[in-house]
Design a protein around this ligand. Sequence first.
Ligand code: FE
Length: 337
Amino acid sequence: MFDALKTTTFAAAALAIATPVLADEVNVYSYRQPELIKPLTDAFTAETGVKVNVAYLNKGMIERLQSEGDRSPADVVLTVDISRLAAVVAAGLTQPVESATLTANVPAQYRDPDNQWYGLTTRARIVYASKDRVAEGEITTYEDLADPKWKGRICTRSGTHAYNIALTSAMIEHHGLEGAKTWLEGIKANLARKPQGNDRAQVKAIWAGECDVSIGNTYYMGKMLADEEQKAWADSVNVVFPTFEDAGTHVNISGVAMTKSSPNKDNALKFMEFLTSPQAQEIYAKANFEYPIAPGTKADPLVEGWGSFTADDTNLMTLAGHRSDALKITEEVDFDG
Ligand code: FE
């Protein structure tokens, strides 16, 4: 009897203490690094008085959310790549968020049709072309990469990396499974070396004369230019925005989603609306040489200087739907072999 009473009193006291604290904070699980997130969380707290607690994760976000279940402190997840956003949704760990602000700030192709996630910034997957060995206008489409004229001249990271899987998924969307497979075979036949390293390592290989053309994300140009050793690699290439023959340039996103068990739902919504605001997107995009997506926003002048492009308007969730097929054909053509 006494024990039961004590337990009840304790629970009531804990609740009384916990409630006001919970009301003024929002908890974030982030795959993105502190230097990108901190300026945003600071600005949000300054504007709203809501404290932001961020757990920076390198891996295992889904497993962590699953093991925490309904008691997870997480309200919001931040990540890059459509495959990661789609995976959190597929695991049943998010909830739909309806908001006129979010809908106004995030163009339709960059948010989930069921409102489970919203994009915040984009990065284009482009071609880096040797200034010395590739003439301007010599490559204009992704399809061109499979042309035999590039035999022995292309470098890329693994075909199974998420960035390349998303590109191959877009190729499936535009040319069908067989068309995409033929394209992959064509690129494989043109490779200067087995796929290896990251996107920047391919530009280094162009600089070193190992290949003439590589596939990489736009923001790495900014990162290389900001690095003393890598600046020479960046200076050896032109940035080319290829398009699909019948569509625009392939882009991927960074994005945000609300967890299914969010304990601070009002603040989570406030934080999401803040992140999609033109002002926050520009801060976020600038920090990693990415593109903001809200109407009227601009990228950093350095990024704008690489040229303008029209993004493929396929909804990214459609690409996520092609992911397993993209992996399958990449393995079938033994792309990395
Ligand atoms: Fe990256």
